[in-house]
Design a protein around this ligand. Structure first.
Ligand SMILES: [Fe+2]
Ligand SMILES: [Fe+2]
Length: 262
């Protein structure tokens, strides 16, 4: 069976406002963890969400420009600082020169190490998050610190009711398996579990994020890895998070115990 190239897909839309998944080449799994990129379009302006690593940029660029002219990409939202999120920044800056970069204030000083020129337009997102304008709309940067990064945000689009959840909701597919939407939630949850039990710092961080997102009207949860959860799956995902009882902090305690018990 050949490697499949998946075309971009409009996940949700309201009038001309659209939330788009930016396609995939399944061969990318041979180089690193598979990643999802998304784009929000409003009034002929576009925002890229976690545009991703260096080697996915060609596919991302091709699919973005099948919807909008590169000059119309006015914003890039980074959930956090990982290579699979920011690794293409030099290319993003070169090919989308009008894009303003939104990233946690914790990471702005680190991004220049990617080699990007000093005219990069960076907006520091404060710990409390806030609104990010796009065209005639605005999106909400929701704090998700320590889930997993210490300066971490998710992004809510009130018009389409999509929550871009970054690494929260990440699933790692076994070789040969891929799907865009999580239809069998119970089965899909087992592909999410190992990541969440190791990378999310602790229950307190998770509860804080849940207390915010549970006040939002969410129809779709779109993560940076794995599958998109819609309707009932999205609701079940939030419940499933509450049921987790292992976190990164447990690993910290366990390794300290091993080093100190003798
Ligand atoms: Fe990450
Ligand atoms: Fe990631």
């Amino acid at each position: 069976m050949g490697i499949r190239v998946r075309k971009p897909y409009v996940v949700a839309e309201r009038g001309s406002h659209r939330f788009v998944w930016l396609g995939l080449d399944e061969a990318e799994a041979e180089r690193g963890v598979l990643t999802n990129q998304y784009m929000v379009i409003d009034s002929d302006e576009a925002m890229l969400l976690d545009p991703g690593g260096h080697y996915v940029f060609e596919r991302v660029y091709r699919n973005v420009t099948s919807f909008v002219d590169p000059s119309r990409v006015r914003a890039v939202f980074f959930t956090h600082q990982d290579p699979d999120v920011v690794g293409s920044l030099v290319l993003v800056h070169e090919f989308f020169p009008n894009a303003r970069i939104y990233v946690s204030k914790l990471w702005t000083r680190f991004l220049p190490h990617l080699g990007v020129s000093s005219d990069l337009d960076i907006v520091e997102v404060p710990d409390e998050g806030g609104e990010i304008p796009l065209g005639g709309s605005s999106l909400l940067a929701i704090p998700a610190h320590f889930l997993h990064s210490p300066g971490n945000f998710t992004l809510y689009d009130p018009l389409t009711k999509v929550l871009f959840s970054g690494d929260i909701g990440a699933a790692v597919f076994p070789k040969g398996v891929w799907y865009l939407f999580a239809e069998d939630f119970d089965k899909h949850a087992e592909l999410m579990r190992p990541f969440h039990e190791r990378y999310l710092a602790c229950r307190e961080a998770l509860e804080a994020w849940l207390s915010i997102v549970e006040r939002l009207d969410i129809e779709v949860i779109a993560p940076q890895h794995g599958a998109i959860m819609v309707g009932d799956s999205a609701r079940r995902f939030l419940e499933w998070l509450r049921s987790l009882n292992k976190f990164g902090i447990d690993v910290v305690r366990e390794v300290a115990r091993r080093w100190t018990s003798s």
